[in-house]
Each structure stands twice: as structure tokens, then as C-alpha cells.
Design a binder for this molecule. Sequence first.
Ligand code: TRP
Length: 334
Amino acid sequence: MQKIILTGDRPTGPLHLGHYLGSLQNRVELQKTYKSFIIMADMQALTDHSGNPEKVSSNILEVALDYLAVGIDPKLSSIFIQSQIPEISELTMYFLNLLTLNQIERNPTVKEEIKQKDFGNKIPVGFLIYPVSQAADILAFNADLVPVGADQIPMIEDTNMIARKFNQTYGQEVFKECEALVPKNFSRLVGLDGKAKMSKSLGNAIYLKDTSDELWNKVRQMYTDPEHIKLENPGKVEGNVCFTYLDAFGEDLVKIQELKDHYSRGGLGDMTVKKYVMEVLDAKLSPIRARREELAKDPAAVMSIVAQGTQEARNKVSETMSKVKAAMGIDYQV
Ligand code: TRP
């Protein structure tokens, strides 16, 4: 049997280079070997956007376009919308009984997000328990592999804890444990400002859909070495966003090393480096951009790919649900 991948994103904005490096690239490769299901986790996005559902729903098409533009192939990967598979919510309800409030509150990623989002003592319950819903996303497919960024490892640990607990509680091996696949070198791409990870909310992101002009404007803003004022000054490579991006996306390692050496010695201007960064990024992004523009001309066709993917996903989930209900003894014939 072909092994299964389940992974995806919260549709709260178009996808950026951080997504590309941290997961999209990987997915395009992996879909050749694994049956892939790609979730647009709109319900998870709603856990902190309940008052702004438009922001989530309007990004379904954007994210689907990004997926297809980078080379996710609907013949190999089923792209689906989380909320359109009610069985995932159903499974979440059963899972919620299998762990304690204490166990859920231990998840370091959720803890960190709670701080960042300034919930104070007004944490939405749905937000607090989203790792359980994410466990349902994964286990509903009995996924073998979950390619994610390093911040998602606690989610996978929770998922496996729930899988074990379910099997143990209901005395059947309904679920298998899954494995997180985290990209080795660059799990988190730093943003243009060099301060934090690339993210939409921090305004430091390069989007896959950015035009060439937008891209160049962003490359020009990249944080370099603030002490590198005169051309002849030695410059710092470490922490210099230009070099971080060259390491991440450049292919000509010899040239990159030369540039680094030259920059460190002095005599190499930021503009020269930035022009090369632009060349490297544009070479990656322009084919993606072109495909995306083409696909965007027919949104109905894109949504029909999503509808098809959602149907495939739902078929898979319903197999799991039969086993779940049988194991729990709630497969009533009514
Ligand atoms: N939590 C993931 C993120 O924020 C999105 C996600 C939802 C996901 N369900 C998933 C990832 C299941 C992997 C598997 O990016």
C-alpha cells in the first residue's frame, strides 16, 4: 500500500518564500512517492479569526493557486478544505475526551502563540484545543508522514499521544503513529528585516505571487550590515539577510562563497549583492508567478480541483470513521 502524507496550511494569506522553503518544495518532491493530502485548515484559522471569517474564506483560492503554481499536482495530491469534511470535527470531539486540560496546555507552540497573540485571559477554547483538531486532521487519514516546520513538532507529539490513547482505550489498533518530517537546514526562513521568521503579520514576507517589481522593492529593503557604510568597509555576512537568502535559494555555491569572502574583506557594495539576490530569487519565482497568473484566469477551474480533492479526502476519511465508530461501539444501525 502506498504510504500517506497529510500536511497543509492555515489559509490566512497568500503563501510566501518561507512556506516554499520550509514545506512546499518538499511536498512537490514527496508527492511522487506518497499519496498526499493537503489540507487548507480553515477551521484552524478560524480559531483566532472568528470575527473575521472573510479573511479565511477569501484566502482559500489564494492558497490553492499557490499550491498549484509551485507544482502540487492534483493527480498525485488531493487538495482539500478542512471545514468541508465534517468527520474531522466529529473525530475531534471524540479525541477531546482522551486527554486532559493539563496535557493540552503543555504544548509549547500553543503557549508561544498565546503569548504572541495577546489573548491575555481571553483564550478562545477552540484555539487552546486546536492541536486536538490537528491530530484529527492527521489521524483521519492515518497518515504515515507529516512534513511540517519545526514549530509543528509538538502537534505531532500530541497526535501520537492521542493515537496511542485511543488504541489503548478502545482496545484496537485503529491508528498508527505518524512521523514529522522537518526540513534539515532551513526550517524557518528569516524575514526581510532579519528580526524574526518571515510572516504575513510582521510585514516582512516575500510572496510567491509578488510581481518582479514588488520583489525588487523588497530585496532592496533587505537588512544587511548597518555598519557597512562605505564600499571599502568589511561587511558582516552573519545575520545579513542577503546572504541568508543566497544560502537558502542560491545554487552557485562557488559564487556565493566568493561574494561572502569579498564582502567580509571589504570592497563589495550591498547593491551588488542585492542585484544577485534578485537574480537568484527571480529565477525561482518567475516560473511560479507565470503559472499562477495563468491559473488565476480561471478561478472556477481551480475551485473545481479543490472540490475534487475534497471528495477524495472525504472518501479516505470515511474509511477511518467506520473503524473509529466500530472500535468505540457507536456504529449504531440507525
Ligand atoms: N498548524 C499548521 C500551520 O499552522 C496547519 C495545519 C493544520 C497542519 N492541520 C495540519 C499541518 C495537519 C500539518 C498537518 O501551518
